[in-house]
Design a protein around this ligand. Sequence first.
Ligand code: EPU
Length: 424
Amino acid sequence: MDGVVRIAGGRKLAGTVPISGAKNAGLPMLAASLLTGEEIVLHRVPELRDIRSMGEILQRLRGSFSHRDGTVRVRMEDPQGNPDYAAVRQMRASVCIMGPLVARRGEVRIPLPGGCVLGARPIDLHLRGLERLGCSIHLQNGLVHVTARRLRGANIFLGGRNGSTVTGTANVLCAAVLAEGVTQIQSAACEPEVVDLCRLLCRMGARIDGIGSPTLTIEGVAGLHGAEHTLIPDRIEFGTFLLLALITRSDLTLPAIESAQHGALLDMLAQAGARIGEDRDRVHIRGSAGEVRPIELTTLPFPGFPTDLQAPMCALMTQANGISILTERVYPNRFAHVAELERMGAHILLEGSSAIVRGPTRLSGAPVTATELRGGACLYLAALAADGESTVYGAGHVARGYENFEGKLRALGAEVERVEPREA
Ligand code: EPU
């Protein structure tokens, strides 16, 4: 992916960071707009490459889509056609249109997304859930063809070897809301982004019980209508800026987000010795106070520690005074950032699905390459803490998921310059 960013490390940062709406709430919500011919209006939608890609998919399905000042208006009056391989390859979350489209028009044909830099990433659970609702599934020539004359409520267990599935739950949920009768999804993902999707679906007229729990009970309805909804703030962006404060030893202020959404993160940061104060609507982190302590961390589905913060946490642990162990239970191979951190001087041993980090290390600026979104954020953090200058290639990955990341960093006093392509 394109994009080169030059970062001068070692600067102390200061100020208040605005937090954008959650990308991973917005993407399945945009897909859910396929469930009705009426207009869906979403507020606090971040300006991101992935959101644009989903908008383009909806436009190709002959819908109308606009995104201005954080508000998306989308109307899928009569969705036609199917996404092509280029669209799915560019953004895996495009699989989220499967459940809504089959529920709306009884058919969808979508290229299988295949693996990615995070690992194998199968969609067997999505397909199994849709099958239980009465869909027929045919795989041929790299395409999955899902058809259903009618959807019927069913009991569906959605747990896999690595726990629940976030977009799989979204897909099955979106099909079940229009199925005949009652569906029970067991081992449903409990991530706040799934909760937010449920809230939108309820505003559209869906009947869902057990929201936020691993058991969702859905009473199918004959049709859904238009709705307006404001996305939750992005808890991963929030966590990334807390980690930034600690790695650069800076004092930052962030808007508070619902505390139930980041319990595991705050617990880990407390173990790492972070000084965090919260008043009514603000969180103050004093990265300048005290040393960073090593931690043992395991990523797990919500409410466990989020896999999306494992790489940024790995960058921070290079500064901890001792040995940290970061274990991946969601994506056992999500460690592409490790070799890049080593190029900056970090001491990290990969042992199975664990990274063993020995700190503290004075990182030195280097040319490094991002191959995925959160690994990219990890490299920005390491570069901002390092001595000297770093060049991050593949910065486009970061732009997929962090709204105006470079602008927000500069507003805090960071020296971050986009070299290629230049920002408008
Ligand atoms: N899995 C299966 N079978 C399936 C589906 C998933 O075995 O049918 C496995 C996966 O391979 C993985 C685990 O289950 O080991 C969890 O995957 P999940 O399906 O929950 O991931 P996802 O829905 O594809 C979402 C986020 C990811 C985030 C994960 C885990 C969106 C659009 N993406 O992906 O976000 O890492 O949940 O929390 O919501 C990111 O933002 O950088 C990102 C990758």
